[in-house]
Design a protein around this ligand. Structure first.
Ligand code: OSB
Ligand code: MG
Length: 374
């Protein structure tokens, strides 16, 4: 059997799904998601799916749905079509000249990993070197209209069995909601995420969070301000976690050498795919930094990739890989992702490990494109 794989056709599907519960962070608000699903097909007709999970607006990262589509159509897919490769790690090398655009890259990279796993007859998790058979999921809760609304939402998720809750914070929505949630749930694994909204003028507020026994404070300062994170970590006992700051392995290296983090959130989308996400895991593990997998409200395809990644041994903290039903009334995969007492089983079936619901996708597609190798 030939060990070579070659993508001969690529499809993009822009798919819109409503969230079951509107989500608000310090930087944006969303109720409807437009993600671009990537379908890569080899000469034998085998297919691999990936997901470009960019938010619509450039408030989390610089990308938008339109920039992702543009970069995938004009740069990434043309680089991949017709090229022979043996290992999925080689696919991102095909577009090594393209800078940034991590979300667009991630969707194509995941599709290549899924295609390879399917053709080789292995699960995505085992293709990556995953060792866990199940992963622990936490939930990420947005800013609510009132603290009572937030408390009700936390209760719902705790009753559903999730052992870790992350709260979005922003100036004016930080110490009070954290105090109330902590009072209601003294033993809960609780952490906060600021999505980069604070500056060092807010040091008092950030320091005062120390008294609540939070597992971490995620991305308090702007993405490129690693120095502020390093300074904060010197004065607080709560571990600082980086999210937006780490888009490349070089970013991680700089952050490590500045001691700007004690925990790392690894997102497949933000790192530009599974190859880079796994490398970040390897590097953090070597440095003794615990990691967890962050989410971007992925549909089931991106969610399945997040779960496979979370099966690597260094993912020792709960990941944002909660059940499909927390996000969508109907997901694009069958079966959907389910969590029992916050635990998600890692699929053992080949490739993605779920069937892709192409009827649901077709019914919710607002734009599509096919490219073939010439
Ligand atoms: O910072 O982790 C974040 C969603 C959109 C943008 C940024 C973030 C998030 C989340 C959602 O926290 C995590 C999830 O997918 O449940
Ligand atoms: Mg975050």
């Amino acid at each position: 059997m030939s060990t070579e794989l070659k993508v001969v056709a690529a499809r993009l599907h822009r798919v819109r799904l409503p969230l079951v519960h509107e989500f608000r962070t310090s930087s944006h608000r969303k109720a409807l998601l437009d993600h671009v699903l990537v379908e890569l097909e080899d000469a034998s007709g085998a297919v691999g799916w990936g997901e470009i999970a960019s938010p619509s607006d450039p408030y989390y990262a610089p990308e938008t749905v339109e920039t992702c589509w543009h970069i995938a159509e004009h740069y990434l897919l043309p680089a991949v079509l017709g090229q022979a490769w043996e290992r999925p790690e080689q696919v991102s090398e095909l577009w090594s000249k393209v800078r940034g655009n991590q979300f667009a890259k991630a969707g194509v990279d995941v599709a290549a990993w899924v295609l390879w796993s399917a053709v080789r007859g292995v699960s995505l998790a085992s293709a990556l070197g995953g060792t866990r058979t199940s992963v622990v999921a936490g939930v990420s809760l947005g800013i609510e209209a009132t603290i009572d609304d937030l408390l009700a939402e936390v209760d719902r998720q705790v009753v559903a069995g999730y052992p870790r809750v992350k709260l979005k914070i922003a100036p004016g929505w930080d110490v009070s909601p954290v105090r109330e949630v902590r009072a209601a749930h003294p033993g809960l694994d609780l952490h906060v995420d600021a999505n980069g909204i604070y500056s060092e003028e807010h040091l008092d507020v950030l320091r005062s969070l120390d008294e609540f026994g939070l597992t971490m404070i995620e991305q308090p300062f702007a993405p490129r301000n690693l120095l502020a994170h390093a300074r904060l970590q010197k004065t607080v006992s709560t571990p600082v976690c980086l999210d937006e700051s780490v888009e490349t392995l070089d970013d991680l290296e700089t952050a490590l050498s500045l001691e700007a983090l004690r925990v790392l959130n690894i997102k497949v989308s933000r790192m530009g795919g599974l190859t880079a996400a796994r490398a970040a895991h390897d590097r953090a593990r070597q440095a003794g930094i615990p990691v967890w997998c962050g989410g971007m409200h992925e549909f089931g395809i991106g969610r399945a990739a997040n779960i496979a990644l979370s099966s690597l041994p260094g993912f020792t903290l709960p990941s944002d890989v909660s059940a499909s039903a927390k996000y969508y009334a109907q997901d694009v995969i069958d079966p959907p992702v389910v969590a029992a007492q916050g635990v998600v089983q890692v699929p053992t079936a080949t490739g993605l490990g779920h069937t892709v619901d192409t009827d649901l996708i077709a019914a919710n597609t607002t734009a599509s494109l096919v490219l073939r190798s010439s």
